[in-house]
Every structure is written in structure tokens, then in C-alpha cells.
Design a protein around this ligand. Structure first.
Ligand code: UDP
Length: 245
């Protein structure tokens, strides 16, 4: 039975209110979208797989001292999370050039970056999530300079822990998107999800540029084998996560 009070339905998840105002229930969906929802489809089993992946990664980060919204999973496609006010920034961290970084700068796909690149995009579908600059963040009064500095440090810290863990899974963490929120005490914590929908993950053992893709690019680029790639990521994470926790 689903709770009835739907708060918000996003592209990959539905948020429900619970009896406790500080807790929300997230239901992970099989729906997949790409290119600002111009391409739509379903990835069978994705809801459960992404929920399990996000759960493992949130647990890993919590253990490393990074505050997240994760509470627990009452069912395989459901996660209870702390209620936060989402900061309208998509925080992208990149270790290897791919996607829009290549399109916008001419860097070749697969180039290992000399330092992790942290970028901010405005979370606004109507505007197509544009890349922001620090002055624009200030201009739009999205967050203070000190809060932005704290988010940058958290993003780099998260990257360090995730990169280290994914290497153990024989996966290269190419890039990923994070969202942060403020809890009732105005504390900034990691929110949303971390999954193959929001990360680029390449099989370390595979050099073929299509075969190595284990993430949503398989769906975006019609490469096939989407479900099995997501399943593969989950299996590798589960094989390593208990020893890391
Ligand atoms: N990403 C995301 N949601 C978005 C945009 C990007 O989860 O709305 C993730 C994407 O999966 C990738 C990273 O952020 O892991 C960087 O994406 P990029 O800017 O290269 O955009 P794309 O090439 O996907 O348009």
C-alpha cells in the first residue's frame, strides 16, 4: 500500500508525505528520461535496483561522516528520507571528460582530468538546467558564499570516497550529479539519489567505448543492455559494500 499524500512526482521518483513531518517516503520508479525529458522510456527493475544502489552508497557516505538524507528502506523500491528543502543546484563532479564537458569544451571523451572538476547547474527544467558561474549563483541568491564553499568541500569529499569504493568494484567513476538540501536546522545534507541514472560508470576492464558503459548513457544513446548494466553495477556494489561498511 502506498501512502496517499503525494508531495511531488519527479522523473525517476515519487515523494510522499508521512505522519512524521520530518520524514518523507521516496518511491523509486522504473521510468527513465533523458535530454530534459524529450526521450522517455522504462528500464525494467530500475526502481528497485537504483534504490538498493543509492542505499548502499548513502550508507557508505554516512559511515565516512558525510550527512545524507537517508534513513532506511521499508521496501525494495522505497526509501525513507529526512525532509529537506532542496537547494536548486545540480552539483556535478567530474573525474574523466564525458558528456556536456566534451560537447562544450572540445575535450576528448575519456580524458582523465588533472583535478576533480566541480560544476554547478541551475536546477530548472524550463531553462534546460544551465551551467552557472559563481557570480550568477550570488546574483540569483541561491545560497551564500560560505554555503557554496561547504557544498564544494562536501562534493569533493563524496567524490573521494565514491571513487575509492568504485575502483574496488572495477568501475571508473567518470562523473556524477549531486543535490543538497537544508534540514529543519538549516544544516546542509546530501539529498536526492546516487545511481546509474545520475553517474557515469565505466567498466575498468573494458576499453571499448560502448561496451564499458554501465549507466544511463546506455539508454540515452540506445546502446541496449540497459537493465543488465544496472544489475551489474548493483551486484558489484553489493559484493564489496559490506566489507566497506
Ligand atoms: N546528470 C544528472 N541529471 C541531469 C544532468 C546530468 O544526473 O539533469 C548527471 C549525468 O548522468 C552525468 C553527470 O551528471 O553523470 C554530468 O552530466 P553532463 O553535464 O555531462 O550532461 P549530459 O551529457 O548527460 O547532458
Amino acid at each position: 500500500m502506498l501512502p496517499t499524500q503525494k508531495l511531488y512526482e519527479g522523473k525517476a521518483k515519487i515523494l510522499y508525505l508521512t505522519e512524521d513531518a520530518d520524514i518523507l517516503l521516496t518511491v523509486y520508479k522504473d521510468d527513465a528520461t533523458a535530454f530534459n525529458a524529450q526521450k522517455r522510456g522504462q528500464i525494467k527493475g530500475k526502481g528497485e535496483i537504483n534504490c538498493a544502489i543509492a542505499r548502499s552508497l548513502f550508507e557508505l557516505l554516512e559511515k565516512a561522516g558525510i550527512p545524507t538524507h537517508y534513513i532506511d528502506c521499508p521496501a525494495s523500491d522505497r526509501m525513507r528520507v529526512k525532509a529537506v528543502k532542496i537547494i536548486p543546484l545540480e552539483v556535478v563532479v567530474r573525474n574523466v571528460a564525458a558528456g556536456s564537458l566534451c560537447r562544450q569544451t572540445g575535450l576528448s571523451e575519456g580524458k582523465v582530468l588533472p583535478f576533480p572538476l566541480v560544476e554547478y547547474y541551475l536546477k530548472n527544467d524550463e531553462l534546460g538546467d544551465p551551467l552557472l558561474t559563481r557570480p550568477r549563483i550570488e546574483l540569483l541568491k541561491i545560497i551564500s558564499e560560505a554555503e557554496l564553499a561547504a557544498i564544494e568541500q562536501m562534493a569533493l569529499n563524496i567524490n573521494r570516497h565514491l571513487q575509492e569504493f568504485f575502483v574496488k568494484c572495477d568501475i571508473t567513476l567518470v562523473d556524477f550529479k549531486l543535490e543538497f538540501g537544508k534540514d529543519s536546522q538549516q544544516k546542509i545534507i546530501l539529498a536526492d539519489e546516487i545511481s546509474p541514472d545520475t553517474c557515469r560508470l565505466w567498466d575498468i576492464a573494458e576499453s571499448d567505448p560502448q561496451a564499458r558503459v554501465l549507466d544511463k548513457d546506455r539508454f540515452r544513446r540506445d546502446l541496449g543492455g540497459v537493465e543488465s548494466a544496472y544489475q551489474q553495477v548493483l551486484e558489484r556494489i553489493l559484493a564489496k559494500v559490506s566489507s566497506a561498511l
